[in-house]
Design a protein around this ligand. Structure first.
Ligand code: BJW
Length: 239
């Protein structure tokens, strides 16, 4: 490599599976336990806010009892040591990338440990329950909702994501089924813009054919191997 390459990494629920967090669409996943229309749409929240608040309260409590795994640790190492631009775009609402030490993380589907005020639109760090309708620390209204992106809502920071994709030399997708847009379309965008694309997933996803390279296995094994390969390829003048 003559210059440090730019990397964009998309992560999904599969990267946190080995930490004990349920994925959505695998057997036994969250969408087998709950109807997506009920818990992950603005209409479902309007119909039964207590049901939705309890669903996210339980997940917010659970995420605080688990730890990052070898895949999160490896990406945090890459973030520390990679000399080029790097952005971890996660669809996950957990904070395991950050707790592993990664800094350049963007949560496009929001965060469990954040509450969004539907009245004043302020976002507040939050690790408690919301079902009891605590007041917004900003405006005082009892209008706090989970700060997550439901179907039909616009994901966060799309402009920043597309800017990073435009400059990417390498695009990697880790632990995501590629079933949800716009994230599922990033591989095509990155590829058209000239990036080398690689998928690391337990099994081939529906969109595997879009990738230049697709590796199958658990993230806790594949990601550390891939990161070792990338870091071994850095030439001394870039380090
Ligand atoms: C392992 C592993 C291990 C397991 N190691 N791997 C028709 C066509 C196209 C689009 C649409 C359409 N109709 C509607 C839409 C748009 C809609 C959409 O995509 N719908 C689809 C169902 C078709 N999208 C939206 O509404 C989005 N907004 C939007 O589009 O706004 C307009 C817009 C226009 C233009 C530009 C930009 C925007 C919003 C989507 C919001 C998604 N929200 C959720 C919930 C978030 C909060 C929460 O956590 O509850 O996000 S849904 C859920 O799915 C969650 C996830 O982030 C997301 C993706 O899931 P993920 O991460 O891929 O998980 P799984 O379970 O699907 O897959 C796990 C994978 O891991 C599997 O492949 C396993 O094999 C693997 N795995 N163990 C490695 N150990």
């Amino acid at each position: 490599m003559s210059k440090a390459e730019n990397i964009v990494i998309l992560t999904g629920a599969g990267i946190s599976a080995e930490s004990g967090i349920d994925t959505f669409r695998d057997s036994g996943g969250l969408w087998e336990q709950h109807r997506v229309e009920d818990v992950a749409t603005p209409e479902g929240f309007a119909r039964d806010p207590d049901l939705v608040q309890r669903f996210y309260d339980a997940r917010r409590a659970a995420v605080q009892t688990v730890d990052p795994n070898a895949a999160h640790e490896a990406l945090a190492r890459l973030d520390r040591e990679w000399p080029g631009e790097l952005l971890i775009v996660t669809q996950n609402v957990d904070d395991l990338h950050e707790r592993a030490g990664a800094k350049r993380v963007l949560h496009m589907h929001g965060e469990l440990l954040s509450a969004l005020c539907a009245r004043c639109e302020a976002r507040h760090r939050w690790n408690e329950k919301l079902v009891d309708r605590p007041p917004c620390p900003g405006c005082g209204e009892t209008a706090l909702r989970p700060d997550v992106v439901w179907f039909g809502e616009m994901p966060y920071e799309m402009d920043r994501i597309y800017a990073a994709l435009r400059d990417a030399d390498i695009f990697a997708s880790i632990g995501t089924s590629g079933a949800v847009y716009p994230a599922a379309g990033f591989v095509r965008d990155a590829r058209e813009l000239g990036a080398h694309t690689v998928e690391l997933n337990l099994e081939r996803s529906g969109g595997s054919h879009w990738f230049d390279e697709a590796r199958q296995g658990p993230a806790g094994q594949l990601v550390p191997e891939w990161v070792d390969e990338l870091l071994a390829g850095i030439s001394p003048d870039q380090a």
